[in-house]
Design a protein around this ligand. Structure first.
Ligand code: PLP
Length: 404
């Protein structure tokens, strides 16, 4: 828990609502994630930063700089975003979410033709063909990374545990898509990605559903070896078929050491862990520090024992649930009103017995459930070091960008 006095000092005199990033905590999270990468690694592995979990160019630069030579490149969430980041001076960008939109792919291919290191995910014929068209128009071969779905699918595939990411589910499936890519001018097969969302993204110490925690831990233990085996089989089969697989990506914040331990993996992705939103408090053994938060103004007191904040309905994506609401953080002892939750224009909170009653005009500090989505609600982040605002810099939104 951050020192509350530090939060109040940084927010003093700032227009509310406002979002803050604690750069000291961010640095410590970068160091911790880097240590987890190196501790787990079998051979040299690098870490690719998931931009979707940051969405702020100033912070992306700081994370890459702090990570040093072990942090290489960004995983982008849209083709247009990769183009934007190229123009912002970033390099080695892997778009891990597919598109067939010609204009975006043409701009992407143009940056590749200018010498940027760019990679694009594909999982079907349509993706390969659209990438090929863009590559040919730019007079180059674009680097395609095949996405392998590594979900846990026992009972002959009748049960599916994991994100629905790709129809490619076997080494044979990867080889057949790679052959198609090899026959398509303007594209070359350059890598394989398998994202084990059911291991890296599943909280196994979640106070909102405590009964499920042992089940989730057991599932992760069973699922991870299956992921490793499938990834290894697919890479081996692609190489045996003559494809030059140079990038093998996997993992997320919740699985860094496990994924780094796989010999076949060349790089692990992480993003959320740097800002450590509150969903990342609920992973066993992951001791990250809250680095991003926002402050709302107490604008009214409707009843004794309540306060109402202006704004606040910044609900996170994913399976709906109470854990997707922002977490009232400081001062302690504030709870949502069940019938209202985090509201569109105002958020009433119950002041629990024993807690100090905030006054009108006070800031109330919250943490978002997810790392990147906060940046869609604020045009700038106040960057705090040693309790003082060191800089105020725009989010993607503040730069006029909204990619998805
Ligand atoms: C392809 C891919 N890799 C990795 C990640 C992990 O990101 P994070 O570390 O932010 O959980 C994600 C998150 O959704 C993803 O989509």
């Amino acid at each position: 828990m951050a020192n509350p006095m530090t939060l109040y000092r940084a927010a003093s005199g700032v227009r509310l609502p406002a979002a803050f990033v604690d750069l000291d905590a961010l640095d410590r999270n970068v160091d911790l994630i880097r240590a987890r990468l190196l501790a787990g690694a079998s051979g040299r592995k690098t870490l690719r930063v998931a931009s979707k979990s940051v969405r702020h160019t100033g912070l992306l630069r700081r994370i890459l700089a702090r990570g040093g030579p072990d942090f290489v490149g960004l995983m982008c969430f849209s083709t247009e975003e990769a183009v934007f980041l190229c123009d912002e001076g970033f390099d080695d960008l892997f778009v891990a979410y597919p598109t067939v939109q010609a204009r975006a792919l043409d701009a992407f291919a143009q940056r590749a033709a200018e010498g940027r290191v760019l990679w694009h995910v594909v999982d079907c014929e349509e993706h390969v063909s659209a990438l090929g068209v863009a590559g040919r128009r730019a007079g180059i071969e674009l680097a395609a990374v095949i996405e392998l779905d590594v979900s846990y699918r026992p009972a002959g595939g009748r049960v599916h545990l994991g994100a629905r990411r790709s129809p490619v589910r076997s080494a044979a499936g990867a080889v057949s898509l790679a052959r198609l890519a090899a026959q398509t001018a303007g594209v070359r097969v350059a890598g394989l990605m398998g994202y084990e969302a059911h291991v890296a993204g599943v909280q196994d110490a979640n106070p909102f559903a405590p009964m499920m925690n042992p089940v989730k831990r057991a599932l992760k233990r069973v699922a991870q070896p299956a992921v490793a085996l499938l990834r290894a089989e697919a890479v081996e089969a692609l190489r045996a078929d003559g494809h030059d697989v140079v990038l093998v990506n996997g993992g997320g914040t919740g699985s860094v050491p496990l994924t780094a331990a796989e010999p076949v993996v060349t790089e692990v992705t992480a993003g959320s862990g740097f800002l450590a939103p509150h969903l990342f408090d609920y992973f066993a053994g992951l001791e990250l520090e809250a680095a991003a938060y926002f402050a709302l103004e107490v604008c009214r007191v409707s009843d004794a024992g309540y306060v109402t904040c202006a704004g606040g309905g910044y609900v996170a994506s994913g399976e709906p649930g109470a854990d997707k609401l922002p977490l009232p953080w400081v001062p302690l002892g504030l709870r949502y009103v069940a019938m209202e939750g985090a509201g569109e224009v105002q958020t009433p909170l119950i002041v629990m017995p024993g807690a100090t009653q905030p006054r009108i005009g006070d800031p109330i500090f919250f943490r978002h459930a997810k790392a990147g989505e906060l940046a869609e609600r604020f045009s700038e982040y106040h960057l705090v070091r040693g309790g003082e605002i060191e800089a105020t810099e725009p989010t993607y939104r503040g730069q006029g960008r909204c990619f998805l």
